[in-house]
Write a new protein. Structure first.
Length: 411
């Protein structure tokens, strides 16, 4: 891959941050961002024009905007046009809403380019055909490679690989405002549709060594962080394990929970009980118009909970893997990773954008540089393993993400 050209599909908070990450790399000669929203594309162009980096060809300094191209295109409605464009790139990145992610992966495989997607969660029963095509064409497709799933899976699998027997994998992660404020003590830091989907989609978890589905928002528990001693958080089940139940075997308990400020789950449950998450249209008595309650809720929440000037977010992450280091060990240990990341004041970048973009862009670069060579669907926890893990973590640290690691005896 000598050209170093990357296509990023989507120019929202995550797509824009991924694009900037890639533009900053000397391994990348050009980034083309494709989106139907011209205002977002223009904002990205302005942002990139103010940043400097290294020219991968000459080694001299250049404006990052010189390596950026934007293309206004609806990737869902004009997929044939997208299909013609994609083959010119070495690697593609998907930073699109849930409903479009699968289409983007399919287009990339048909176009013959490797692809990394933020949210697409591969299940063998529905994606085996795509997997087979990718293998035949020599492509690397990494699904669900952001913060969670993505970074969380990588940390959990690596910790589990250091143990002989694993009893449980417990992941807690979430992006929240630094200071809680009503309504809901929450700010939208990624796609509102993806936020709502977390609350309604049943979660795949592992109980007694078997995969089971349980309702999202269930099993609420209090959560504390020693670095934030006065703050009270909670965590509840959501569908974030992605590929981990397939790649990490013989584990009795495995779950992922989303972290929010304490009391959030009860407020969301109230909205659900009122029927506001329903997609079935209802007649308004006042006007006679038919509206989707979820569509209305989405519109109102996106407006009311949007990040504004002066708002700051933070990302909390904890991965606990419990088990025994060697056969015959009587003591059970916990291998823990923990991260508290906050809004970047210098660059005015949300923590959620940083913590989602950096893992994704790091994997993209490792594919581009020939360091990830497996073909077909390769979950992030299998793409980043062994010696690659240390390099991956080092890349995150250079981007300012600090992940603390410790090991201790279980209670």
């Amino acid at each position: 891959m000598a050209k170093g050209e990357v296509a990023v599909l989507g120019s929202g908070l995550m797509g824009s941050s991924i694009a900037i990450d890639l533009l900053e790399s000397s391994s990348v000669s050009k980034v083309t961002v494709i989106d139907s929203n011209s205002d977002r594309l223009r904002a990205l162009e302005i942002r990139a024009s103010k940043l400097s980096g290294m020219d991968p060809t000459t080694g001299s300094n250049l404006k990052l905007g010189e390596k950026l191209q934007t293309l206004e295109l609806d990737v869902l409605r004009k997929k044939d046009e997208l299909q013609k464009i994609l083959p010119k790139f070495d690697v593609g990145v998907g930073a699109l809403p849930h409903g479009i992610a699968e289409e983007a992966v399919q287009r990339a495989v048909e176009a013959g380019i490797s692809f990394v997607d933020l949210i697409y969660s591969w299940r063998h029963d529905k994606s085996s055909t795509i997997d087979s095509k990718a293998r035949q064409k020599g492509l690397t497709i990494v699904p669900a490679c952001g913060l969670a799933p993505g970074l969380t899976n990588i940390l959990a699998k690596y910790a589990a690989d250091q143990m002989e027997d694993v009893d449980s994998v417990k992941i807690k992660v979430g992006g929240i405002p630094e200071a809680p404020k009503q309504p809901l003590n929450y700010k939208v830091v990624f796609s509102i549709e993806s936020v709502l989907e977390e609350y309604v989609r049943d979660a795949l978890i592992v109980r007694e060594g078997k995969k089971v589905s349980v309702p999202a928002l269930s099993d609420v528990e209090d959560v504390t962080f020693t670095e934030l001693p006065e703050q009270k958080f909670e965590a509840f089940i959501t569908d974030g394990l992605s590929t981990l139940p397939d790649t990490l075997k013989r584990v009795k308990l495995m779950e992922e929970k989303t972290i929010r400020w304490k009391g959030h789950a009860e407020q969301i449950q109230l909205l659900m009980d009122l029927g506001l998450f329903s997609e079935r249209p209802v007649n308004l008595k006042t006007t006679g118009n038919r509206v989707s309650p979820r569509g209305l809720l989405s519109t109102l929440m996106e407006k009311k909970l949007a990040m504004h000037q002066g708002d700051k977010d933070m990302t909390l992450l904890r991965v606990d893997v419990e088990g025994r280091k060697r056969k015959g060990d009587k003591s059970t240990r916990i291998h823990q990773y923990e991260m508290i990341d906050k809004f970047d004041v210098a660059t005015q970048t949300t923590s959620m954008a940083r913590t989602t973009a950096h893992p994704c862009s790091s994997v993209v670069l490792m594919i581009l540089e020939g360091k990830i060579t497996e073909r077909g669907f390769i979950p992030p926890e299998l793409a980043i393993k062994d010696d690659r893990f240390d390099e991956f973590i080092a890349r995150l640290e250079r981007k300012g993400l600090s992940i603390k690691e410790r090991e201790f005896l279980a209670d």
